[in-house]
Design a protein around this ligand. Structure first.
Ligand code: ATP
Length: 457
């Protein structure tokens, strides 16, 4: 994958960190993200995705799937369900341990997660916002409960999954038996997860319903370090390839106090935005913990027998676990620019410099004038041809400069303008979003040119 070649990336010197409110406002105004149940006052930490949002999300998901499952011969995909047997969450430790410890400020009433408090505030029991006294910590379980069955008294209590990856452990043996794959191999899944986050916030960053992507890669213990290093680098390069500000991406190693007892090491891939350096994806050394626990709790033997050596062992696992929503948010924050007026653009413009592979609309087709029938008919013909190949939008409202700006604001990488010359020689103008450069192509060359530019490879 060479995702950044022939792209002009935004530089950190030219584009300061973007306030989240700007991205929230653009998202609502242009149909990326809306507050959920807004007419009833909304629900904190829950959002809906509008027409452009759903296109962007689908592209993000498909691109992850393509590069993780389709390109890696030793990785397969599954889609497990949100609801599982409740014992799953006992085995995973979530029923007992999936908790946040919380304190409230007695003065300003703000609520803090104990693990997010700066050390000195923790020691002095002082609110980071106003210096007021903090309450004793209270413990909250993050799992969302639900019930299976209709007859009162016979209903079974279970949970909406708190993390998507558990399905992978549950289906591991089925995948192994139903495909001819052998260790080392991986299973991927994208799916919803639910957490009763006690401090939801920062827009899509911490929600109560969100979507995760996971790879669980099963290895022989002797190869754990090799594969851990491999996937750690792979995932870092993956994120690097889809952003502008590659210097805002880093690894953070987990300290000894953060590591699970079975983990030799763990890293977060972090992105720096206006809310600081924050986790985007976790790379975890899970050893044999998950399959051992599920073997123990289910009574089913989940060990693996090497077909050649006949060695029997519980596979060790490298996990890479990230979020569709944090990717969505980070991409908006990373690509947003309010560009001042310049030689090519007299008024200044807001631009989303999204990677063309991920942009929700790939091309806009614009007749120069809407009252010239021949221009409109030709433009509609071109639009009809292009929309079979990619998401294409037709727009004939307002002058051409305004239409370019409307497309820049939603990250459309190419605009095709049909003008009077088109009627004479069958050529159109193709305008590129980032550099605002323009080239002239024949109508027949256009589909091939655009497919080459907006399709991942
Ligand atoms: P945090 O420390 O931020 O609470 P976490 O360590 O609990 O995150 P994991 O359980 O490792 O996160 O989840 C894997 C990924 O799922 C995270 O890297 C993040 O991208 C995403 N994620 C986790 N919680 C949320 C949430 N509440 N809203 C949106 N995305 C989330």
């Amino acid at each position: 994958m060479t995702q950044t070649e022939d792209r002009t990336l935004l530089s950190t010197e030219d584009t300061p960190l973007v306030p989240i409110e700007k991205v929230v406002a653009l998202s609502k105004r242009r149909g990326f993200v809306y507050p959920n149940s807004e007419i009833y006052g909304g629900v904190s930490g829950i959002y809906d995705f509008g027409p452009l949002g759903v296109e962007l999300r689908n592209n993000i998901r498909r691109f992850w799937w393509w590069s993780m499952v389709q390109l890696n011969d030793n990785v397969l995909g599954i889609e497990g369900n949100i609801i599982t047997h409740p014992r799953v969450w006992e085995a995973s430790g979530h029923v007992e341990n999936f908790v946040d410890r919380l304190v409230d400020c007695k003065n300003c009433k703000r609520r803090w997660r104990v693990d997010h408090l700066p050390a000195e505030n923790l020691e002095q029991n002082k609110c980071p916002a106003c210096g007021g006294e903090l309450t004793e910590p209270r413990v909250f379980n993050l799992m969302m409960e639900t019930y299976i069955g209709v007859v009162e008294g016979e209903r079974m209590k279970t949970y909406l999954r708190g993390e998507a990856c558990q399905n992978i452990y549950l289906d591991y043996d089925n995948v192994l038996k139903s495909s001819r794959i052998q260790i080392p191999f991986g299973i991927c899944q994208i799916g919803k997860a639910f957490r009763n986050e006690v401090t939801p916030g920062n827009f899509l960053f911490r929600q109560r319903e969100f979507e995760q992507w996971d790879l669980q890669f099963f290895v022989h213990p002797s190869e754990m370090q090799k594969w851990f290093d491999y996937w750690k680098e792979f995932r870092f390069e993956w994120y690097k390839g889809i952003i502008n500000h590659t210097d805002r991406l880093r690894f953070r190693a987990h300290g000894p106090d953060e590591l699970a007892h079975y983990a030799k090491q763990a890293f977060d891939i972090e992105y720096q935005s206006i809310i600081g350096w924050q986790e985007w994806e976790g790379i975890h050394w899970r050893q044999d913990w998950d399959l051992s626990r599920h073997s123990q709790y289910s009574g089913q033997d989940l060990s693996y027998t090497d077909p050649e050596t006949k060695e029997r062992y519980i596979p060790w696992i490298v996990e890479t676990s990230g979020g569709v929503d944090r990717t969505f948010l980070n991409l908006l924050l990373d690509s947003y620019e309010e560009a001042p007026p310049s030689g090519k653009d007299k008024e200044g413009r807001t631009v989303l410099h999204l990677h063309p592979w991920l942009a929700p609309i790939k091309v806009a087709v614009l007749p120069l004038q809407k009252n010239k029938e021949e221009l409109v008919t030709t433009a509609k013909d071109i639009h009809n041809r292009l929309k079979r190949l990619m998401v294409a939008q037709y727009d004939d409202v307002a002058n051409i400069g305004r239409r370019y700006r409307r497309q820049d604001e939603i990250g459309t990488p190419y605009c095709v303008t049909i003008d009077f010359q088109t009627l004479e020689d069958q050529t159109v103008t193709v305008r590129e979003r980032d550099g605002m450069t323009q080239i002239r192509l024949t109508i027949d060359e256009l589909p091939g040119y655009l497919v080459e530019k907006v399709t991942w490879k």
